[in-house]
Design a protein around this ligand. Structure first.
Ligand SMILES: C[S@@+](CC[C@H](N)C(=O)[O-])C[C@H]1O[C@@H](n2cnc3c(N)ncnc32)[C@H](O)[C@@H]1O
Length: 386
């Protein structure tokens, strides 16, 4: 981890003032949360919809039960009619083309936790208005503090003989105080995936207030790693290191995150997906590319939500071309070996395939030891041309 060179540019007093200022701005924003529907809210919900569209049939084919948890469920609907996350999840399942096939073998449970009585009442009302309620679908709303609920859930399912069904947890607080311990405990269960909204700007500000925030930060990070992360000079570097920390803390095989930029073009928060399954990683990569087709793994608050995109932005794949060349410079690889290695990278396999084809066409790669048509399926041995 790199250390900061030179003095901090902001004094502690200025920081305290700034934290207070932002806290009061955020209190106001919380009130506004349901009055607006920004591009960041849209991207968050699009990712949930697209991910669940893949998750339901994949897990539904191997398990007798699936659970979607929304720990900070909210009201269910924004003032302008846009659906909140619980209704997005319900709507995705109810309109799923494989819904009846999934329900022929599987029960699907939706659990929504909400602390605020007014929000919970609004959500209950939305749910009571739903007309489509198939028999093997259960919907439960729970009033209360989600972290207390999650702790009892962990205690219950840790006991011998109890087994948590494959579950997707969406954790979407207003603030940053999600205890790291609960993240790591949930990820110990098989086939649990977490999608967490890390309220980065506030978390980063707290990290620069070690004197007053130490206990809170120890609780959020699950240890004292935040002290090292604070030393990194660049805010986006600190955000990357924080995402990596949560992956390590949760011992998750895969972590995928998308940065959400505020009006000042700096990371406002990031959505972090943790999974122990290759298909979960592949699916989340696809969802993020759908939401950010130019490939930056970032979304901007200012983008218009209903704007018609006439020209789909093209990703810059030159770095991928360089990655293929440097990987093959070490030794020849099978095409499918490159696809496996690409899972660690952010590009999709369709990008990899098109770049391999481009390099073959332009004589920069050669393919040997395959039969039939030259393709990923034929799995040739690829090497750099001499
Ligand atoms: C950002 S909003 C949720 C938005 C919702 N997930 C959506 O996308 O439509 C956060 C919600 O969490 C609720 N909340 C805050 N702290 C909570 C806690 N500890 N347990 C449960 N709910 C909480 C708030 O009342 C608020 O409704």
């Amino acid at each position: 981890m790199r250390c900061q060179n030179g003095p901090r540019r902001t004094t502690n007093n200025q920081l305290t003032q700034s934290v207070r200022q932002h806290q009061s701005i955020d209190m106001a924003k919380r009130k506004d949360y349901w009055d607006e529907y920004t591009n960041l809210q849209r991207v968050k919900h699009d990712i949930i919809r697209n991910y669940l569209n893949g998750w339901f049939p994949i897990l539904g084919s191997i398990s007798g039960k699936l659970v979607y948890f929304d720990t900070h469920a909210g009201k269910g609907r924004h003032r302008d009619g846009h659906l909140g996350s619980p209704l997005v999840a319900l709507d995705t399942f109810s309109k799923h083309t494989s819904r009846d096939r999934i329900l022929s073998k599987c029960e699907v449970s939706f659990i929504f936790i909400e602390k605020d009585a007014e929000c919970k009442a609004a959500l209950d009302k939305e749910i009571s208005n739903l007309v489509d309620k198939p028999e093997k679908v259960s919907i439960n709303t729970i009033a209360g503090d989600c972290f207390a609920c999650l702790e009892s859930l962990v205690d219950h399912f840790k006991k011998p003989g109890n087994r948590l069904a494959p579950s997707f947890f969406f954790i979407d607080p207003y603030g940053f105080k999600v205890p790291g311990k609960i993240i790591s405990e949930l990820m110990r269960f098989q086939r649990v995936e977490l999608f967490i909204n890390i309220i980065w700007r506030e978390l980063d500000m707290a990290m620069r207030q070690p004197a007053t925030m130490e206990n809170t930060l120890d609780n959020v990070f699950g240890d004292t790693t935040w002290k090292e992360i604070t030393q990194l000079p660049d805010i986006d570097e600190r955000a990357e290191a924080t995402a990596m920390h949560f992956q390590n803390l949760a011992n998750a095989k895969w972590s995928t995150h998308i940065r959400m930029l505020g009006d000042n073009q700096r990371t406002r928060y990031f959505l972090l997906h943790l999974s122990n399954h290759d298909r979960g990683r592949d699916l989340m990569k696809e969802c993020v590319w759908k939401s950010c087709p130019d490939g930056g793994y970032l979304a901007r608050k200012g983008d218009k939500i209903n704007q018609e995109i006439l020209i789909q932005p093209e990703p810059n794949l030159i770095p991928l071309r360089k990655w293929i060349a440097s990987t093959l410079a070490q030794r020849p690889h099978r095409w499918q070996e490159l696809a496996e290695l690409n899972r660690r990278e952010l590009w999709l396999n369709k990008h990899l395939n098109s770049e391999i084809k481009w390099l073959l066409k332009h004589g920069e790669l050669s393919a040997t030891d395959y039969s039939g048509r030259l393709s990923a399926k034929a799995n040739p041995l690829l090497s750099l041309s001499k």
